[in-house]
Design a protein around this ligand. Sequence first.
Ligand code: 0X9
Ligand code: ZN
Length: 433
Amino acid sequence: MKKLLISFALLNLLAYAASAGETSSSGNISFDQLLSHITSAPAETAPMPEPAAEKAAFAAATEGRYWITVKAADSHARTRLLEAGFDIVEINKDSVSGIAGPELLAALSSKSFMVLSRVPLAVRAKDFPAADAAYHNFKETVDLLKQMAAANPDIASLFSIGKTTEGRDIWCLRINSSAKGEAASAKPGALYIGNHHAREHLSNEVPLLFAAWLFDHKNDADIKKYINTLDIYIIPMLNADGAEYDIKTGSYQYYRKNMSLNADKSRGVDLNRNYDSWFCEAGASTYPGADTYCGPKAFSEPESQAVKKFIEARKNLKTHISYHSYASEILYPWGGSDADVPNEKDKQVFIKVGDEMGKLTGYLSHKSSEMYVATGDSCDWAYASGGIFAFTFELEGRSFYPGAAILSSAVAKNIKAAVYLLSVTDNPYKVLP
Ligand code: 0X9
Ligand code: ZN
């Protein structure tokens, strides 16, 4: 129902914009129009009262699951918790919080972790904002990508980098004034990926709306220069299967992983534990049912395989952001080891570029492993294998489902950081004194 209403609202918006002559000269729906659609919350997109069937589905999905807080004094304790299969969602001074079902609760207690509090998930969920129709599901994401590519044929192209577990295309929007599609380019490249994790829907919106903003601003002097001299790739929804599963019933499922069927018939591999960087050595679980399950082997998953092939085929890539949520943090390698990256110049670039993007977003920039050591993450692999200056952005919010009201400010500040990354992509070492 919601999806129909969104399409209707967007059609109305487009019709209005066209009649008022407000579409950009290219005929593209503009970034401002997308944002005003989000912020004005027209009557058609107002949340519908939850029907009984949806309430029942939500109750079933959350039954026996709790929002728990567990004592954990430092990053090492946090790593042990990840290894027990606990997906850390929030980090507090001496504790962490996240979601646990009965099996995990039993495992935590057998390993002597101290559970400080537990709140049934359904109770907590009632606090979440419901007016999220402005977020883009898979079809809406693909439609918008196609529309942007079609409206900007001189600088944009769209292609699939592979299929997900369930056979959806993993779409990549490329912005480059000369090379199109999968053609090689010698221009320095920047890569933005969203939605490794299913329920982190804001991490699709940020790169998607960044693309819309770039097209809107393609004639600004600095943006024009980046479009003419760089090779820009935006893959907003890597884990489309998981993202769709998370919203399928109309009620959020708190789902993190992809949709692989595991050997024990459980669902899903944590894609951000499946890359070949100290695979499954720390901060990941070998138990298939766990939220931090690393998979049977590195790159066992079609989604991480697609990213591997994509990056390995493009030696021109210099910079990268992988979007996640939520912590308001910018993280750089290593994440799989307490050590700093061994190359001192690279380390200084990570610190400087991270700090600059931190100033633009208000996020805290620091080494990934200071949050917790977790191996197999995409940015460690991208840096180790391709020398790419790869940053994990933990976007803002106070939950995985922060509501539509957060979109305009989160997107605006992250556009600044994403543009800053473009400004150093020609030569990231130029930030050094
Ligand atoms: O655990 C993750 O994959 C990321 N956090 S999230 O809540 N989005 O799941 C953080 C990845 C940071 N990388 C490491 N610490 N290795
Ligand atoms: Zn994530």
